[in-house]
Write a protein that binds this ligand. Structure first.
Ligand code: GLY
Length: 356
């Protein structure tokens, strides 16, 4: 088992990663069990796949455990569902000692983490990600939240879990397109932080059927843990994790959630950002092409012609803008990301041409 530590002083926590780790979950959770109430927050399908078996195993070890099921999809990250989760936690007579297990992808992790951070002013929780995207990104770093009509993740907290338990075998049950979308975030780590890793990913993508997920998850988590340990609250370094996200989020909002997966939108956003970095003379043509070729190895959905104007209003609403100035993540070389405030509206619009 590989264990990576997120170093945050007294709030440090481990990320355990190993294929087949599922069977060791009770052992890993045992030291946190003091007879308190445990609640799995998940979705019905995931309860059928893993949740009921996990509950049974934990009950065998005398855990006092129940579960709450939330709807599929982004709709679960709503005030209504948040309120439902709160009511159910109360109905289960949860108290300050209760521990939550967030079993699912990014939606479940964000909602369950937010519920844990606010219930009785904060209770402990573990992340148990079931999608590639959640394994390499959303389960690590303590960003929790829900959406409101005015924007995604507009209400949320930084609230770190007690631990993250990752079994890459869970990916065997995931739809292929979900896995491909998650690979977009894996490419991101190589692009922003580690050129050797980017090259390995690019080589692995030549034979996507044999892609070494466990290895890729471990490397990605190590990079994310390193970044979070240095900048938990996104005052500097953590912003680099937003590479591809300014245009990616705008694509998601414009096309409509559910029309394009987050990881797919980010992959397209990274192509545009590569083009912008080259345009700003920060990235060589050769490196920009390499990034583009790597991303094009992912079988992503084609984006229909989008007029740049249509994306601008979404880009302007982005949380990455401060006092009207856009903090845009660029590459100053492969594996070397930086923030630029020099990215013009025109450049953003022109960059969309790389998608067609
Ligand atoms: N997903 C980006 C971050 O955790 O900061």
């Amino acid at each position: 088992m590989k264990t990576i530590q997120v170093q945050l002083g007294q709030r440090s926590y481990p990320i355990h990663i190993k294929s087949g780790l599922f069977k060791n979950f009770p052992d890993l959770l045992m030291e946190t069990n003091h007879g308190q109430k445990w609640i799995i927050i998940s979705q019905h399908g995931l309860m059928e796949l893993f949740g009921f078996e996990l509950m049974a195993k934990l009950k065998e070890q005398s855990f006092n455990i129940d579960y709450i099921s939330v709807p599929m999809g982004e709709a679960a990250k709503s005030m209504k569902e948040f309120s439902n989760v709160m009511s159910q936690l109360t109905e289960f007579e949860c108290d300050r000692s209760t521990t939550v297990l967030a079993l699912g992808g990014g939606v479940v992790g964000d909602l369950a983490g937010f519920a844990a951070s606010t219930f009785m002013r904060g209770i402990e929780y573990f992340q148990i990600p079931t999608t590639l995207l959640a394994m390499v990104d959303s389960s690590i770093g303590g960003k929790t939240g829900i959406n409101i009509a005015q924007g995604k993740n507009m209400i949320g907290t930084f609230y770190q879990p007690k631990g993250v338990l990752i079994d890459p075998d869970f990916l065997n049950t995931l739809h292929r397109n979900e896995v491909i979308a998650g690979l977009g975030e894996v490419v991101k780590y190589g692009a922003i932080w580690d050129a050797d890793f980017l090259q390995e990913i690019s080589d692995w993508l030549d034979d996507i059927v044999s892609f070494p997920f466990e290895k890729a998850v471990k490397r990605s988590c190590k990079i994310k843990a390193e970044i979070i340990s240095l900048d938990e609250r996104e005052s500097g370094l953590r912003r680099l994790l937003n590479f591809g996200h300014t245009i990616g989020h705008a694509l998601e909002s414009y096309l409509g959630y559910g029309r394009i997966r987050h990881g797919e939108a980010i992959a397209h956003g990274m192509q545009c950002s590569g083009w912008i970095s080259e345009r700003l003379n920060l990235l060589s043509k050769e490196d920009a092409d390499y990034l583009n070729i790597t991303i094009n190895k992912l079988p992503l959905p084609k984006i229909k012609n989008i007029h740049g104007n249509n994306l601008m209003s979404f880009i302007k609403m982005d949380k990455k803008s401060e006092k009207g100035i856009l903090n845009f993540v660029v590459l100053k070389g492969l594996g070397k990301a930086a923030i630029s405030i020099d990215v013009s509206e025109k450049m953003l619009q022109q960059s969309l041409k790389v998608l067609h």
